[in-house]
Write a protein that binds this ligand. Structure first.
Ligand SMILES: Cc1cc2nc3c(=O)[nH]c(=O)nc-3n(C[C@H](O)[C@H](O)[C@H](O)COP(=O)(O)OP(=O)(O)OC[C@H]3O[C@@H](n4cnc5c(N)ncnc54)[C@H](O)[C@@H]3O)c2cc1C
Length: 378
């Protein structure tokens, strides 16, 4: 995996790819193909939220971790439980790169301090599956944390490769509105007032509170900050890759457990981004994920509160509607004769109908316009 000039992370073939490998890639790569196998469901399939065994709010019982993490540290608390209980040898996750605080890197966590350092959202490209072949061959059982697409890729690999079932104890995703490029990070830093990216000693996109601030600490001790609503809502979300705009799985439907922001809402149901003690949404999607969360609750690692799907719909208004946008946007892709990804058993038509003809048409035309402008630009 390499970073491109556009600031995204892409696979490069280092040698000719044998036909058999090429067929495997085509079957499991989430960019090309996202397909549920309904016989794998442990719970009824909700058209918008996917398979849900149980929905909860949750946060780490460790106040330091709760504060450091992205939302309530629910995700990290579950990882810590798995490590402390000896259920895994390590975690594959994503953190700031050791050689650059403004780049991401796959990181291996073996103790709670490692999990603490990797906590938080890094709104930039990541490739936590980049060495999965070696990991599956090496000794040790692990938990995997990734974007919904990473987890879908691993789940689809599990259908063809028995090593996944033997080595991967738990697949955990977070809800994802899309991956911004590193150009997004640069635009954010410039807007924050950072003139020299090479003088940044530490950088976080959020966390240290909920939602916390994008914060750059310079080697001369100066600090630059920007609130979450501005950083995500007006800068980073303008740098998403196109594939994320036609993503049918922003909510991690292939994971055992999914975490997300459990935003408080105003009377009209709009999420509020005032600073609060963090709360994660904790969704379990498989019996295995549910049993694990129950053990982490019993051990005191995570504190939970009840959550209904209606409440979650208010907390996550974008995720509640985005599946409905997929078919209209795919129609725009088809009209421009681009290659279409294959999506199956995701109830996209139900969601498109729920969204309505007007919004669907508007979304299709918007996508078509963007694609034609792109083509015009060569
Ligand atoms: C690109 C992106 C888009 C997101 N979109 C949404 C959204 O639409 N709605 C929503 O509610 N939440 C979204 N989140 C996730 C959210 O910010 C929180 O991570 C989530 O709420 C869980 O919080 P937590 O405190 O339980 O997690 P933490 O305990 O802080 O753990 C976060 C985990 O995410 C991993 N991680 C961080 N960045 C990346 C990355 N780029 N790639 C792979 N793994 C990573 C870390 O290694 C860590 O294991 C997004 C996160 C990212 C990175």
């Amino acid at each position: 995996m390499r970073d491109t000039a556009e600031g995204f992370r892409r696979p490069f073939a280092t040698c000719p790819v044998p036909a058999q490998q090429s067929r495997l890639i085509d079957a499991v790569c989430p960019g090309a193909n996202i397909r549920h196998a309904p016989e794998e469901f442990d719970a009824e399939y909700h058209p918008t939220w996917g398979p849900v065994v149980e929905a909860r709010l949750g946060w780490s019982s460790d106040a330091g971790l709760r504060r450091n993490a992205s939302s309530g540290g629910g995700l990290s608390a579950i990882l810590n439980f798995l490590i402390a209980n000896g259920e895994i040898d390590y975690v594959i996750q994503t953190a700031a790169a050791p050689d650059s605080p403004i780049r991401n890197a796959l990181t291996i966590s073996q103790v709670a301090d490692d999990v603490f350092r990797a906590a938080g959202s890094r709104y930039a490209p990541s490739s936590p599956l980049e060495d999965i072949g070696q990991r599956l061959d090496a000794p040790g059982r692990f938990a995997f944390v990734g974007k919904p697409c990473d987890v879908a890729g691993l789940r689809q690999l599990a259908r063809r490769d028995p090593r996944v079932g033997q080595k991967v104890v738990c697949m955990i995703a977070f809800m994802c509105a899309g991956v911004p490029s590193y150009r997004g990070t640069s635009a954010l830093l410039a807007e924050m007032g950072v003139e020299d990216e090479s003088a940044i000693a530490a950088f976080r996109y959020r966390g240290d509170g909920w939602p916390g601030f994008a914060t750059a600490e310079m080697s001369d001790g100066r600090r630059f900050r920007m609130d979450y609503d501005t950083s995500w809502g007006t800068i980073l979300n303008r740098h998403l890759q196109f594939r994320c705009k036609i993503c049918p799985d922003g909510t991690g439907e292939f994971a055992d457990i999914v975490c997300a922001d459990g935003w408080y809402c105003d009377d009209a149901g709009n999420p509020l981004f005032d600073e609060q003690d963090g709360r994660s949404i904790v969704l379990t999607r498989t019996g295995k994920g549910e049993a694990l969360v129950q053990r982490a609750i019993a051990a005191g690692d995570i504190i939970t509160a009840p959550l209904t799907l209606d409440e979650m719909t208010k907390m996550q208004p974008f995720q509640a509607k985005r599946k409905g946008l997929v078919l209209p946007r795919l129609a725009a892709v088809a009209v421009t004769f681009r290659r279409l990804p294959r999506f199956e058993n995701l109830e996209l038509a139900v969601n498109a109908r729920k969204l309505g003809i007007r919004q669907g048409l508007r979304s299709m035309l918007g996508t078509l316009r963007r694609l034609l402008i792109q083509r015009g630009a060569g």
